[in-house]
Write a new protein. Sequence first.
Lengths: 157, 101
Amino acid sequence: MLNTAIDNDRFALLHGSIDTAAIARDVRAEHDGAVVTFDGFVRNKSYGRRTLYLEYEAYEPMALAKMREIAQSIHEKFTIHRLAIVHRLGRLEVGETSVFIAVSAPHRAAAFDACRFAIDALKRTVPIWKKEFFEDGAVWADGELPPAPPSASKPAS
Amino acid sequence: MLAGHAASGYNFSVPPALSNLRLKVLFFGRLRELTGIAEESLEIRAGATLADVFDQYATRFPNLVSFRSSLVPSRNEEFAPWDSTISDGDTIAFLPPVSGG
C-alpha cells in the first residue's frame, strides 16, 4: 500500500554541499514509478551584474517547520510517496546547489505537480534570505513577502 | 505595621503586580544588519502587541520605520498579525521578504 505519511519525508538545512544524487535515490521505493527533482543552483549573474557568490541565512527552526507544513499540504493535494526538501545555508559559489527537492510517486503527474508546488511554496513562505555579492557591492535579494495572517481582532469566520 | 494588620485580622490584599513580559526577539537578513542584533531579550509591559514591540525597536533604530510595510512578524515560529498580544516567554521576529530557493 502507498505510504503517504509525512514521517518518511526529509527536511534539512545544510551548511555543506547537498548530495543531490543520494537524496533523489533515498525517496525511491519499489511501489513508486517516478521521481521528479528540482535542483536550484547559483546563477552567474543577477539583473546583468556578475555574481561572485551568495550567502543564505535562515530562521532555522521556523524554516524547518514551514517545510513540514508545505509537505503536509502536498500529501493532502497530491498522491505522492516521499518528499525531500533540502536547502543549503552559508556561502555558495556559482553553480552550487542551493535548494534540492525530490518527490517520488506511483505516477509522474503527481510527482511533477508536487515538486512544482514545493519549490513555489518554499520561495513564498520559508524564512530563508539570500544576499548577493557582486564586484561592486552586495544586496539582499528582493524576495517575496509571506502572506500575512488575518488580524487577531477579527473574529474567525 | 504589617504585623499589626495581621494581628488585628485585617485582610490586607495587595493588587497583583503588573509584571513585565520577557521576550526573545530575533532579527534576520537586512534587519539584522541594520540593528546589529541577531537575538536579544526584551522586557515589555503585559498586554503589548507585536506592533508595540516593533515600535520600541523603531524608536531605537529609526531606519526600521521604512521597513514596517514590507515585514511580516512571527510569534513562536508562526506568522502572526501585528495586533496579536504577546505572552511571557514568546519568541518574536520581524521577517523581511523571504528569498530562499
